[in-house]
Design a protein around this ligand. Sequence first.
Ligand code: NAD
Length: 353
Amino acid sequence: MTRAFVFEGLPSRVIFGVGALGKLGAELDRLGLKRALVLATPPQRDQAADVQKQLGPRAVGLHDQAVMHVPVDVAKAGEKAARDVRADCTVAVGGGSTIGLAKAIALSMGLPVVAVPTTFAGSEMTPIWGLTEGSVKRTGRDLKVLPRLVVYDPNLTLTLPAAIAGPSGLNAIAHCVEALYAENANPIVSLMAEEGIRALNASLPTVVARGDDLEARSEALYGAWLAGCSLGMVGMALHHKLCHTLGGTFNLPHAETHSIVLPYATAYNRDAAPDAMARIRRALGGADDAARGLYDLGRKVGAPKALAEIGLKVSDLDRAAEIATQNPYYNPRPVTRDGVRVLLEDAFAGHRP
Ligand code: NAD
């Protein structure tokens, strides 16, 4: 078979390494950014205040009101905070929720985003934004929201508790898995995705077992970077669509939902994407089956295993299957309502696929 593909790189600068945060000020100077509004969630205020202090006069404010899925009123409050201090950029210190707020501000005001990620979700490497109104989350792609600069410092993940770190790492692996069978998959992204799964599989069990293991956290953050690149550069499929539906309509927690659904979405596509499955098995260190290997990793890192555990009700299954199959989208194996209903039932129960 001859090769044919399209590859499109994304313009961003990445500084990675233990202590990289120390370079943030000089990096802002390099970009000519002089008035940063630092963003955080309420629980990460102290971590963000340290960054603000380190930036000295380059930081003109701290806004700590980021929450999951960027509700429109939260985005509006963020825009007001940026206008009030005449910010010329935002510095998001946190996970996907905080970076999501920075992206919403970029979308409406054009302010460049600088991201300092503290989870493994990968949003910092993508031009994907999301905004939630009521129970409906809209998402879109716009290069305006792609962070101009990303500073990955594994030190910042040391405070990430095991219960958040495990699901967050599996969320990153989900980006890699779907990148491998994406409609517009390409050789560069497949290299990154496979290496991302390898790095996360090798490090996550240690990340959750030993909170102070900087080497493991560094390896996991490296995997998360690769996962974010993969998510940003190719389209996703059934797994991400299902998690989006479950999160948006039933208000299920983002990373936990990803970690539960991933083995079943992988099993659904098992026979339709053999090359992707071979890469996943290899990246998991020679698992006999990709879906079961991912399920076993979830158990090793103590992630929840069943949708029933995180608040979905058996009576929600029909509606979830209905919504997730309403609009057609690409998936290696055709998406049918009955097929998705069975997948959801399995994920609800949490049996090994
Ligand atoms: P999060 O940002 O909501 O963080 C989870 C919790 O952990 C928060 O309370 C946060 O303050 C805390 N936390 C984060 N880092 C910490 C640290 N180092 N120490 C202590 N506490 C810490 O979770 P997330 O999973 O990173 O992000 C989820 C959101 O990101 C969802 O809304 C999801 O849709 C979005 N997302 C978007 C993209 C994209 O490309 N646009 C990609 C991935 C995720």
